[in-house]
Design a protein around this ligand. Sequence first.
Ligand code: ATP
Ligand code: MG
Length: 335
Amino acid sequence: MDEEREDLDRPMLRPADEFVPLLESNAPVMQRLLEKAKRAAASDATILLTGESGTGKDALAHQIHRWSARAECPFVTVNCTGHSEHLLESELFGHMRGAFNGANNDQPGRLEAAHGGSILLDEISDLSVPLQTKLLHFIKQQSFERMGSENAITVDARIIAASSHDLVSEVKASRFREDLYYRLGVITLRVPALRERKGDILPLATRMLAGATVRNHRPGLRLPPEASSALLRYRWPGNIRELRNVIERAVVLCPSDVVTPEYLPDIGSDRSQASSTTAALSPRLDDIEREQIIRVMAESPTLESAAHKLGINVVTLWRRRKRYRLDSTPHLLKD
Ligand SMILES: Nc1ncnc2c1ncn2[C@@H]1O[C@H](COP(=O)(O)OP(=O)(O)OP(=O)(O)O)[C@@H](O)[C@H]1O
Ligand SMILES: [Mg+2]
């Protein structure tokens, strides 16, 4: 369990100031969302953030915390994906010495660390049913017990849950407790996909380009109109995360002073721009993504380095491997 914890610490415990989210928006759908989020931030109500992967749910959760009266207290993130139930229980609720093999000390959980502040429970749909029950108890009572203890600990932490999966279908399939779903979603905020806020694509790209050119010592590199049109035409299935990665890669690879569309490889191809209808496109995008994951994993010694090359975090890669049924094929990782 200790080894597992070491592997997972980085994606689970994201420091509060890792983001500098740029939340201003030109898109009415996003402006309405930000207004609603600001009003919600002023209360202590539990918030559920939904939306596709990479749309900025973590960034918005953090911003809600900054807008709230809890801003001076900690903002803590726990990712519910990719850990054994025991590890996640210990991570969230803490444990007492001897609670399980390798529990050599009493250890507070992340909920205790969030006292006075906010806790983001990311990918909440991956929480097991027993942990859903324990969380529901906490939401009702503001108290819980560490693993291996019978003493109730009271904590004041505002819960923000996030999910890129449809929780309603998880409830229908009896994988997610309906009562918890209603408790979490007192206020539900759907973060729109990047293709629903087209007016934000170029301003975001420009700011990302500015950052990437400084980081990569490429002053003067700019986006010509044909590159901007390509950015606007593309569907962005990976949303803002994908935009950031595309810009970063173009800055690194493009030899001239303008980013020509061939240096926006994934988005410049006919395949990716052929159609804008979701139904027709989704299976092919999935195929492309699956092939790319297989290829990069075959070139990479560890999951971490594969995730790094793919520009996603290790938890997201873990999830994609599961989705594409690649998780039982360890030989795909080099060595
Ligand atoms: N408004 C924004 N401006 C600039 N960058 C942003 C913005 N929103 C998100 N990002 C960046 O996009 C990436 C994805 O954001 P984030 O992790 O918040 O998405 P997410 O919806 O939580 O994704 P997932 O569902 O995969 O957890 C991050 O690198 C983040 O810094
Ligand atoms: Mg997230």
